[in-house]
Design a protein around this ligand. Structure first.
Ligand code: C5P
Length: 306
């Protein structure tokens, strides 16, 4: 048994986020395409008397380092499954923006599951790790599996999507975060305003775009650009109008397409190559429309030991 385990876990982009009506359980049915990118958090698990968490890096001051942290809940849930005490110190080194719409908290939870499983030498079957992940949050199962995948249900029912090559991204990180439940609620509110008659639950049926799946299979960034879509984008812009300027600026600088990532406020731009990513990122950074800019590639694998 090693004295510590280090795991990296990826951020996600939703290449498509199609949102259905509000369900009785407070969630929305989704049809989404997740894509894992090489913007990663590192999760280090070491032996400890009790369950402890510390957080450093990007946005660490906004993350609670206690038992309410999703990574701590993941460790606790795994220990409960095996009937053991969660004797682990989890160090979270953040690069994924906090409350940014890139599932950073979910990445930390997935990373904690993989790290604790190795530290405690449990060899938990994948299906059981997946089911703990789904109980922790809608995006945690994808952070475990990575790659590119269709997500149905709350987003936890995953099917891998075949892709060719890699895609290049510029990530524009805004000041502050957006609350995921508030963005979904704003989406519902905007839809209720739009439909003059009684909105029927069938008005919004989440569906995966066939064109998007084909573009991924072909590795065609130009075709992919025309199919990127996020149903939560209007809601995120309604709550944070400055995002419209971020999106416009990225497109003016030559990105093939730009969308709000998940519930925002991070915006992601698909670009034609690594070189284009670097030059657009430099110009976007200089434009002052967002707080920080990163470049990234996808897809990459899910949470894994490094
Ligand atoms: O599953 P997770 O804890 O990440 O979800 C956070 C919140 O986002 C939920 O409480 C819900 O308000 C909203 N949500 C939703 N439909 C989904 C996923 C999340 O309404 N499919």
């Amino acid at each position: 048994m090693s004295s510590f385990v280090s795991v990296v876990a990826p951020a996600k982009i939703n290449l498509q986020l199609s949102v259905g009506p509000l369900r009785a359980d407070g969630y929305h049915d989704l049809a989404t395409v997740f894509h894992a990118i090489d913007l990663v958090d590192t999760i280090i698990a070491s032996e400890s008397e009790s369950l402890r968490v510390s957080v450093r890096g990007e946005g660490a001051q906004f993350v609670r380092a206690d038992s309410s942290n999703l990574a701590a809940k993941a460790a606790q849930a795994l220990a409960d499954l095996h009937g053991i005490s969660p004797r682990v110190y989890l160090e979270l080194e953040k690069r994924i923006p906090v409350a940014g719409g890139m599932a950073g908290g979910s990445a930390d939870a997935a990373g904690a599951l993989v790290a604790c499983d190795a530290l405690w030498n449990l060899k938990t079957p994948k299906a059981e790790l997946h089911s703990i992940a789904a109980s922790l949050g809608s995006d945690v199962p994808f952070a475990l599996s990575g790659g590119t995948a269709i997500g149905l249900g709350r987003g936890e029912l995953l099917t891998p999507v075949i892709t060719t090559g890699e895609f290049h991204w510029v990530i524009a990180i805004s000041e502050g975060g957006l609350s995921t439940p508030k963005v979904y609620a704003e989406c519902d509110r905007l839809r209720a305003q739009q439909v003059p008659s009684q909105p029927e639950p069938t008005d919004y049926q989440p569906r995966i775009s066939e064109g998007l799946v084909q573009a991924l299979r072909a590795g065609d960034a130009y075709a992919l650009a025309s199919t990127l879509h996020n149903d939560l984008q209007a809601a995120a812009i309604s709550l944070k109008p400055s995002l419209a300027r971020v999106l416009d600026t990225g497109l003016e600088l030559g990105a093939l397409a730009g969308i709000v990532s998940g519930s925002g406020p991070t915006c992601v731009f698909l670009v034609a190559s690594q070189d284009r990513a670097l030059s657009i990122a430099a110009s976007l950074s200089g434009s002052g429309v967002c707080r920080t800019v990163r470049t990234a590639r996808g897809p990459i694998v899910g949470a894994r030991q490094n």
